[in-house]
Write a protein that binds this ligand. Structure first.
Ligand code: ATP
Ligand code: MG
Length: 690
């Protein structure tokens, strides 16, 4: 157990704690997660059976990494530690016990994601004879979620309540669960079914929670039930990093925990992640918050380090150039793309950076955003697989019955749904009976035949990696995309190939029969939320929102688009509590950086198609106010334009030309006749300065 020697005194005290409730409260980068994984390893080394340990964290990615660490420390039997997100834990429990709840759910229920949920809501509004245009589906989905997670007592309007009821009925009838259900039903099982409660209360001997500051009320209740017998509850958290209040996470839980369990507290003081100028920026920033249950200053032994670099750009384009140029310089100095993260407040801000990375051939991946699994072609493929596995999945059938086109219009589909309802069978089974136009009937029968054939072929399959190529061919999906022949359809084909790599990995991860492996893989996919994506991470710059990099660290961090009204967002400016949450988000951002921190902002930016002028975020000033020598690079001092007036260039097609003007990233260039004046992206690969 020589890894015990890598812990400091307070960490060690927590790791070898004799048991009972323990609360490790500590700032960013002080080794909370390391302490928690070491604690699990320590328990295993001291004879606690791995399967008697439950540890929960916030993202699937973190859960996987932590499990990996524990296995490295103690060996492969640590595989059976229950290391999950709360949602994934709920899913496990529900797969075993959901039939014990009085709702008619069977163990093979399906988990739907946000987007599926919204589609269902929309359908239910139509079913109720209401006008979908009158409603914001997103808002309704939020309201329903608030209600289901006990954060709202009731609906203000009767139509909203009706839609909720209809939505909930639809889920039940179709054996579907949304994310809120995963927690809600798990809690219900533990509260209402004594045999289930007792079973898990005695099964788990130790319960551990990372990122405790972001647990919500339902999660806390689950935790409390599971820990109440043995009281071996080990939680770690940092109130300054609480950034999910908008989803109902509540620092009150810390008070509850102290009250319910009378937990002993251990505080970790020393940061091991960042150099001190970065920590100073973080300390200064967070001091502007009044609501700080345990104020603390971060310090490390890693030296003074470089001061954060603040960059003031003329425009949004110039800001991306700055970032691109810095990344080039960093890689020349020996940094890897992997070491670098570009962080922003919300997903919509990624596109400019993506575009400029593509143009300058910087490999990147996006955490979240339009997550891979939310893309149409991926959802279509998954829908096919679900229907092949279970033909009664009406919801998924509707998604793909006419993709590729099989002459089945909306009216025929409605008739089919109607017929199914009258006969009390699935839409699939109603195909033989429904009366529609001959073309539509032909299409439906063709679809039915296809699904049955595929279902037979599935029973011969062994490897998950066989699925995607088979689906793409057999369904005609590939042919359809090829026939479209657009750039978008090429992307779609590539995404489907990427899906194949997901399945290929599934073959390695999961055990059991083909169908068992596939079910696990589909569960896993359903659990990917937009905050948690599973992508290969080999040497790419990471583009991400702050929320998606919780708990992670990078040598270099760019905090971009640091502008008032964006970060902090204009929604919150009048409300002190929300402004403080925004500040904690900035604090999470700063504390991800190990060696280099950049903050950048622009004077003007295109927002929804119109140019907006902006002011630097208050967080810039707050974080730099007392730094020894904060470094600011103003656009004017910095040659980031690739071209300037008077430059001579050579274009692959137009030949030699002279730059007349540069606006943002567009150069106006005069070429010899017959080409004349052209406006071209200054970084376009076809142009070369000569
Ligand atoms: P966050 O609040 O961001 O989740 P954390 O408190 O969980 O941070 P860790 O991620 O566990 O912190 O640790 C931060 C870094 O410090 C990691 O690289 C970890 O390996 C390192 N570290 C932690 N404790 C020690 C130690 N005692 N000696 C050396 N390195 C350490
Ligand atoms: Mg951590």
């Amino acid at each position: 157990m020589n890894w015990l020697a890598t812990l400091n005194e307070s960490q060690l005290k927590a790791v070898i704690h004799p048991g009972g409730p323990l609360f490790v409260v500590a700032g960013a980068g002080t080794g909370k997660t390391k302490t928690l994984t070491s604690r699990i390893a320590y328990l295993i080394m001291n004879g606690v059976e791995a399967k008697r340990i439950l540890a929960v964290t916030f993202t699937n990615k973190a859960a996987r990494e932590m499990k990996q660490r524990v296995i490295e420390m103690t060996g492969p039997h640590a595989m059976s530690v229950w290391l999950y997100t709360f949602h994934a834990f709920g899913l496990q429990i529900l797969r075993n016990h959901i039939a014990e709840l009085p709702y008619g759910y069977r163990p093979n229920f399906t988990v739907i994601d946000e987007d599926d949920g919204k589609k269902i809501i929309q359908d239910q509004i139509k079913e109720l004879g209401l006008d979908t245009k009158e409603y914001s589906i997103r808002l309704l989905k939020n309201l329903i979620s608030l209600y289901k997670s006990n954060r709202m007592d009731g609906f203000e309007r009767t139509d909203e309540e009706k839609i909720y009821q209809k939505y909930q009925d639809y889920l039940k009838e179709n054996q579907l669960l949304d994310f809120d259900d995963l927690l809600l039903y798990t809690l219900e099982l533990l509260e209402e079914i004594p045999s289930v409660r007792e079973r898990y209360q005695s099964h788990f001997e130790h319960v551990l929670v990372d990122e405790f500051q972001d647990t919500d009320a339902i999660q806390y209740k689950i935790l409390k039930i599971l820990g109440t017998k043995h009281k071996n509850v080990f939680v770690v958290g940092d109130p300054d990093q609480s950034i999910y209040a908008f989803r109902g996470a509540n620092y009150e839980n810390a008070k509850l925990f102290e009250k319910d369990f009378g937990a002993e507290k251990i505080i970790l003081e020393q940061n091991y992640r960042s150099t001190n100028q970065i920590l100073k920026a973080a300390n200064q920033l967070i001091q502007y918050n009044f609501d700080r249950p345990s104020a603390k200053n971060l310090e490390s032994d890693l030296g003074v380090g470089e001061p954060p670099i603040y960059h003031h750009a003329e425009s949004d384009y110039r800001e991306t150039f700055f970032v691109v140029n810095e990344i080039h310089k960093l890689t020349q100095r020996g940094y890897q793309y992997d070491d670098i993260a570009v962080l922003y407040r919300n997903n919509a801000l990624s596109r400019l950076f993506e575009d400029s990375f593509i143009k300058s051939s910087i490999p990147y991946i996006i955490y979240g955003g339009l997550s891979f699994y939310e893309r149409k072609e991926i959802k279509d493929a998954i829908a096919y697989i679900r229907v092949i596995l279970d033909q009664s999945q009406d919801f998924y059938l509707k998604r793909i019955v006419n993709v590729p086109k099989r002459s089945i219009g909306l009216v025929s589909l409605q008739k089919l749904e109607q017929q199914a309802r009258e006969l009390g069978v699935s839409m699939f089974d109603a195909i033989d009976y429904v009366k529609v136009t001959p073309q539509a009937k032909g299409g439906l029968l063709e679809f039915k035949k296809l699904i049955l054939e595929m279902s037979r072929d599935f029973s011969d399959m062994v490897e998950l990696s066989q699925i995607t190529p088979y689906l793409m061919e057999k369904t005609g999906y590939l042919e359809m995309l090829k026939a479209e022949g657009s750039e978008i359809s090429d992307d779609r084909i590539n995404n489907l190939r990427e899906l194949q790599s997901v399945f290929t990995r599934g073959d390695i991860y999961y055990e059991g029969s083909f169908v068992e492996k596939l079910t696990e893989q589909l569960d896993q996919i359903a659990l990917y939320t937009d905050q948690d994506q599973d992508v290969e991470e080999f040497n790419h710059v990471k583009l991400s929102t702050y929320h998606q990099v919780k708990g992670l660290e990078f040598k270099v961090v760019f905090m971009v688009v640091m502008e008032e009204n964006i970060f902090p967002s204009d929604r919150v400016l009048m409300q002190p509590a929300e402004l403080e949450e925004e500040r904690r988000i900035a604090y999470v951002g700063i504390t991800r950086a190990k060696e280099k921190l950049y903050m950048s902002y622009a004077d003007k930016r295109m927002v929804y198609g119109s140019m907006r002028y902006s002011y630097p975020s208050r967080f810039i000033q707050e974080s730099r106010v007392k730094l020894d020598q904060p470094k600011t690079i103003y656009e004017g001092d910095y040659v980031s334009h690739l071209l300037k007036q008077g430059d001579k260039v050579e274009h692959n097609v137009f030949g030699i030309g002279v730059v007349i003007r540069v606006d943002d990233d567009i150069a106006t260039i005069a070429f010899a006749m017959p080409h004349g004046i052209k406006r071209i992206l200054e970084s376009h690969p076809a142009i070369r300065k000569i």
